[in-house]
Design a protein around this ligand. Structure first.
Ligand code: MG
Length: 388
C-alpha cells in the first residue's frame, strides 16, 4: 500500500488579515508549509501540493523538494476547497488499495502519532479521519440567532486533517459528488455522500489550524515549549558507611567518624545527580561512562566526573536546566554544609545557585540509612536543548 499526500496550500489568509498566503509565513524560523510537509517525512511515497498557480515559485522555495525523500508535484487549485481536492485526486496514478491523505497545510503541528493512526485506519477499514470530542456545548441556531436544538455533546466531534481514505473509495466519491454538484465542507463528506463508512480516529488538540492571527502566537508557544526540547531524569545511589573513609557529599567534605566506601570518592549525592543527567538524555548511566574497574577513577573527586558528565550532555546537545538532590542520612547533620554543596554543584554545571537544590532528610532511624549502614541519595534534573 502506497501513501499519497494531497497538501492543500491555497489558503488566502483573509481571516489573518495578511497579504501573503499564511502557509508561506515563518513560524519559529521555518515556513508553515515546510513544517506541514516535514510531518509526513516517514509516511509519504509521493506528495501533491495544490496551490494557486502564481504562488508556485514561493512554495518551491519554502518546501525545497530536493531535500525531501519523496517526489513532490504541484497541481493548480480550483475555485473551492472541494475543487482543489478533486484536481489533486485526478492527478494521482494510485491503485485502489493505496492510501490518500488529504491535509490542510495550515495544520503544521500535526504529529507522527496522529498520521500513523490515520494510515492504520485506512489499511484496516478504508478510511481514517482524526476527530476530538467536542468540549463545548454546541447549539443548532437559526439565521436570526434563535437556538433551535442542542444536540447531545457526547456524539459530537471536531474534525481535523489529514483525512485518509483508500484511493478506491475517495476518487469515485469525489467524482460522483462533482457530477451531482454536491458541496461538502470536508473530504469525509464525499464518502458520506456516497453512503460509505467514515471511521474516526483520535485527533490531537495541538493539531489546530492556523486561521486567526492569535493562532500563530499559540503555535509559537507550542513549539517553544515543545516537550521534545525539555526532558527530566532521575537518579538514585547508595554507598556503604565504613570507618577510615572520608564523607564527601556534593563535593564537600563533612567531618564524620564514618565515611562512604567506593571506587571513587563515593560521593553518593553527585552519583545520583549524574545518573539523573544521563537518564534525562537517554545516555546510559555513570557505570557505563566511568566504570569502577577503571584505575583512572580510583579515588577521583566526583566533582570532576560531574563536569565530565556535563560535557557528555553538551556534546549531545543538552544542558542542565535545574537539579534537585535529596540525601538520606541519619548522621551527621548536613544542614550547615548545604550552601557549600549547592555552590559546588552550581559551579560545576555552570548554573545559577537558584537552579540547584540540595536537601537532607533522616529516616527516623528506620532502614539501612537509619541504622547508619549506608547513605542514599535521590536526584531529579531537567535538561533543555542547547541553543547556542
Ligand atoms: Mg555510586
Amino acid at each position: 500500500m502506497k501513501t499519497y499526500v494531497i497538501m492543500l496550500a491555497g489558503g488566502r489568509g483573509t481571516r489573518m488579515n495578511v497579504a501573503v498566503n499564511k502557509v508561506l509565513m515563518s513560524l519559529c524560523g521555518k515556513p508553515v508549509i515546510r513544517r506541514s510537509v516535514e510531518a509526513f517525512l516517514s509516511f509519504a511515497d509521493e506528495m501533491i501540493i495544490v496551490s494557486r498557480p502564481g504562488e508556485q515559485d514561493d512554495l518551491l522555495a519554502a518546501v525545497r523538494p530536493d531535500s525531501l525523500p519523496f517526489p513532490v508535484r504541484f497541481v493548480p487549485g480550483g475555485e473551492t476547497r472541494q475543487d482543489s481536492v478533486l484536481n489533486g485526486l485526478r492527478s494521482l496514478s494510485a491503485d485502489p488499495g493505496d492510501a490518500v491523505l488529504i491535509h490542510d497545510a495550515a495544520r503544521c503541528l500535526v504529529d507522527e502519532g496522529l498520521i500513523s493512526r490515520v494510515i492504520r485506519s485506512v489499511s484496516e477499514c478504508g478510511s481514517g479521519v482524526p476527530g476530538i470530542p467536542a468540549t463545548n456545548t454546541c447549539k443548532i441556531v437559526s439565521p436570526d440567532s434563535i437556538v433551535l436544538q442542542t444536540p447531545d455533546r457526547s456524539s459530537l466531534y471536531e474534525i481535523q486533517t489529514p483525512q485518509g481514505f483508500s484511493a478506491g473509495m475517495i476518487i469515485p466519491a469525489a467524482l460522483k459528488a462533482a457530477e451531482d454538484h454536491c458541496l461538502c465542507t470536508d473530504d469525509a463528506g464525499l464518502l458520506e455522500y456516497c453512503h460509505l463508512p467514515v471511521k474516526i480516529v483520535p485527533g490531537s488538540s495541538s493539531n489546530f489550524k492556523l486561521t486567526e492571527r492569535e493562532d500563530l502566537s499559540r503555535a509559537e508557544l507550542f513549539l517553544k515549549g515543545d516537550v521534545a526540547s525539555m526532558r527530566v531524569g532521575m537518579g538514585y545511589d547508595v554507598h556503604r558507611l565504613t570507618p577510615d573513609r572520608k564523607l564527601i557529599l556534593c563535593g564537600t567534605e563533612i567531618p564524620s567518624v564514618l565515611g562512604l566506601l567506593g571506587h571513587s570518592d563515593a560521593d553518593v549525592a553527585l552519583h545520583a545527580l549524574m545518573d539523573a543527567m544521563l537518564g534525562a538524555c537517554a545516555l546510559g548511566d555513570i557505570g557505563s561512562h566511568f566504570p569502577d574497574t577503571d584505575e583512572r577513577y580510583r579515588g577521583i573527586s566526583s566533582l570532576l566526573l560531574l563536569k565530565e558528565t556535563a560535557g557528555i550532555l553538551a556534546d549531545a546537545g543538552w544542558r542542565v536546566a535545574n537539579a534537585d538532590i535529596t540525601i538520606v542520612a541519619q548522621k551527621p547533620k548536613i544542614l550547615p554544609y548545604i550552601p557549600d554543596m549547592v555552590s559546588n554543584v552550581a559551579l560545576a554545571l555552570g548554573l545559577p545557585e537558584n537552579c540547584v537544590s540540595v536537601k537532607a532528610t533522616t529516616t527516623e532511624r528506620l532502614g539501612f540509612e537509619g541504622r547508619m549502614e549506608g547513605i542514599s541519595a535521590y536526584a531529579v534534573c531537567s535538561v533543555s536543548e542547547k541553543t547556542e
